[in-house]
Ligand binder design. Structure first.
Ligand code: FE
Length: 203
């Protein structure tokens, strides 16, 4: 839909939310910095911690890992992270030969139950357009070094299917507790724009 690219990337709902926010701020009813803090919390702290616990469980529990890969929705529900979006979650396993990366080329479909709110860049036109065309270039911009022999697979989310990446467990972490392992798992690693055990990228 080329017409879409020419216009604002904000949906009607986003425009209405933005209008309400500025109205409330103008009237002194809300503090915009407090709103930013709430969004930051759900984007970076609360939300992705659910997914990190799913990943850590898969690393320590082989039966759970297999269930997660077979039926991500049910395995994730069993930990109490129930999707309210009515969408299935498919979990993609990174291996020594395959790196998975997720995008929603149409809008910003995202597995909220495990990752919380999508980051602004995930919703940007640049990411949505380039993730499919030039995934290695995008990964490089996130500071990720992807060896040429590693196959990069890009998965386009929809309203019905949301994807989450199961990162590889970093070497040398076998003795860590499940909680300590969860602390190693970043939001971007579960989107697929970071490989754990490398230098942290930006974004
Ligand atoms: Fe979408």
């Amino acid at each position: 839909m080329p017409d879409h690219a020419l216009h604002s990337h904000l949906s009607d709902t986003e425009l209405r939310v933005r209008a309400l926010e500025s109205l409330l701020a103008d009237k002194g009813l809300v503090d915009p910095t407090a709103l930013d803090a709430i969004v930051d919390t759900y984007e970076n702290k609360v939300g992705p911690r659910n997914g990190a616990r799913v990943v850590a469980r898969a690393w320590v529990d082989e039966d759970f890992r297999q269930w997660l890969l077979r039926d991500g929705t049910a395995a994730i529900d069993s930990l109490g992270y129930v999707s309210t979006q009515g969408a299935d979650i498919v979990v993609l396993e990174n291996t020594a030969t395959v790196h998975n990366m997720t995008v929603c080329t149409l809008c910003s479909c995202y597995p909220w139950a495990v990752l919380g709110l999508p980051p602004a860049w995930y919703k940007s036109f640049a990411y949505r357009a380039r993730a499919v065309k030039d995934p290695r270039g995008v990964l490089a911009e996130f500071g990720q070094v992807i060896p040429a022999e590693l196959e990069v697979r890009v998965w386009d989310s929809t309203a019905e299917v949301r994807y989450m990446v199961l990162p590889q467990q970093p070497p040398g972490t076998e003795a860590l507790s499940e909680d300590a392992l969860a602390d190693l798992v970043t939001r971007n690693a579960m989107i697929g724009t970071e490989r754990l055990g490398q230098d942290r990228g930006r974004g």
